[in-house]
Design a binder for this molecule. Structure first.
Ligand code: PEP
Length: 246
């Protein structure tokens, strides 16, 4: 089964109106590498200006609330993100799981809220260093997949991002063999849960992807793309990662 690769950027709490100029070359690269899907999750304040600057590029949010509206100060709903122009959102990023104590059930509900708005979801999972060193990485990650996978998940609107917590923003990455083993375990878990539909879901790798390691990581078996933090902030670094996926 061939799956189109998806290279998604995550600007986290970075960026400004001025920084949106980086999107021009990213949008051009997305157009010239037509075999790769390219997306950028910007801070919610930048969604609308990003969409108006590069309408063809898939712009998304970094989180949405599971509820449609209500007394949730500081949050935005999937409908609000959509109205601003977002076509997708990341959910369950490890920084939110840690900083906002988000559970698998929360992440699942957020992904389902996105589905309710005809938006795409990138559902993040990943083990901590302690969990890896204790030999529990696969058990932890497959349990997160089981708890976070939204109802009706399909390749049309849902992707999983495997992001070892210890690899995010650290410059450390797992070996290609470790990535292949984890992506294989995630695929097997998905098959057990949703049967053949699992073969259409993209599983992205995330954690210190750079222009230097992208080609190797992006062509590991069962790696269907990348979720990229720091290196997505500038076109100079993100465009070569897009090219490496092609
Ligand atoms: C991320 O934030 O999802 C991420 C993978 O960050 P970085 O690429 O900077 O490690």
């Amino acid at each position: 089964m061939t799956r189109r690769k998806l290279v998604a950027g995550n600007w986290k709490m970075n960026g400004s109106l001025g920084a949106l100029s980086e999107l021009d070359a990213i949008a051009e690269a997305a157009e010239s590498h037509a075999g790769v899907d390219v997306a950028v999750a910007v801070p919610s304040t930048l969604i609308a200006p990003a969409v108006s600057r590069v309408p063809a590029l898939m712009i998304g949010a970094q989180d949405v609330h599971a509820a449609d509206k209500g007394a949730h100060t500081g949050c935005i709903s999937a409908a609000m993100a959509k109205e601003a122009g977002a076509r997708f959102s990341i959910v369950g990023h490890s920084e939110r799981r840690a900083d906002q104590s988000e559970t698998d059930a929360d992440v699942k509900a957020k992904a389902e809220a996105l589905r309710g708005q005809d938006m795409q979801a990138i559902v993040c999972v990943g083990e901590t260093l302690d969990e890896r060193e204790a030999g529990r990485a696969e058990a932890v990650v497959t349990a997160q997949v089981a708890g976070s996978l939204p109802e009706g998940a399909s390749g049309d609107w849902c992707a999983i991002a495997y992001e070892p917590v210890w690899a995010i923003g650290t410059g450390r990455t797992p070996t290609a063999d470790d990535v292949a083993a984890m992506h294989g375990a995630i695929r097997a878990k998905l098959r057990a849960m949703i049967g053949d539909v699992a073969d259409r879901l993209r599983i992205l790798y995330g954690g210190s992807v750079t222009p230097d390691n992208a080609r190797e990581l992006l062509h590991v078996s069962d790696v269907d793309g990348a979720l990229v933090g720091g290196a997505s902030l500038t076109a100079a670094k993100f465009v070569p990662i897009i090219a490496a996926a092609d």
